[in-house]
Design a protein around this ligand. Sequence first.
Ligand SMILES: Nc1ncnc2c1ncn2[C@@H]1O[C@H](COP(=O)(O)OP(=O)(O)OP(=O)(O)O)[C@@H](O)[C@H]1O
Ligand SMILES: [Mg+2]
Length: 201
Amino acid sequence: MSTNIVWHHTTITKEDRRKRNGHHSCVLWFTGLSGSGKSTVANAVSKKLFELGIQNYVLDGDNIRHGLNKDLGFSAKDRTENIRRIGEVAKLFVDSGQFVLTAFISPFAQDRELVRSLVENNEFIEIYVKCPLEECEKRDPKGLYKKARNGEIRDFTGIDSPYEEPVSPELTIETHLHSIEECVNKVIAYLRDRHFIKGES
Ligand SMILES: Nc1ncnc2c1ncn2[C@@H]1O[C@H](COP(=O)(O)OP(=O)(O)OP(=O)(O)O)[C@@H](O)[C@H]1O
Ligand SMILES: [Mg+2]
């Protein structure tokens, strides 16, 4: 690890950027089983925020594993490092005055808590995308459950690797009970209630 590193404070602050944007900046951390709907809902929320003129960006599991984290696999150690790096990137987005929506299974509570600890109190919104395993397996949008059941994929969350449910997430959306639109509206209403974005909920 490098030692001769000194933090250089930026001239334009996070508050300056938020003021110009006219909204808060924070991490919307979607967590849940594969196929629960993290990417679907995160992208739908992103579109809605975009239409409202709110600066935002989606960090999605598969895309990040193609680039930044392509050296990482799915062992417990690599999953932890995967989330740590995403957390650091998410923090930079918050600092840039934007909403950052992350769509990672992030099965370990400790890893999610680490990301929470990287940012300030009102900057981490944990959104539990809740959906029964049976329903996720029925959806199987990428055919991954089938492969996991066949033994073609090992350490698959929900099959032979654990998913630790969030204990007190800021929000829970149940995608087997509510439509995509209803799930999006719940997230937007939450952001309005907390005055993170303008408008009546
Ligand atoms: N209410 C809902 N919210 C979100 N997705 C839904 C809902 N109802 C049905 N679906 C469907 O469920 C699937 C969810 O897939 P998606 O790729 O979003 O999951 P994911 O959680 O990102 O999985 P992974 O961790 O593998 O990336 C999609 O095919 C989507 O159309
Ligand atoms: Mg996804």
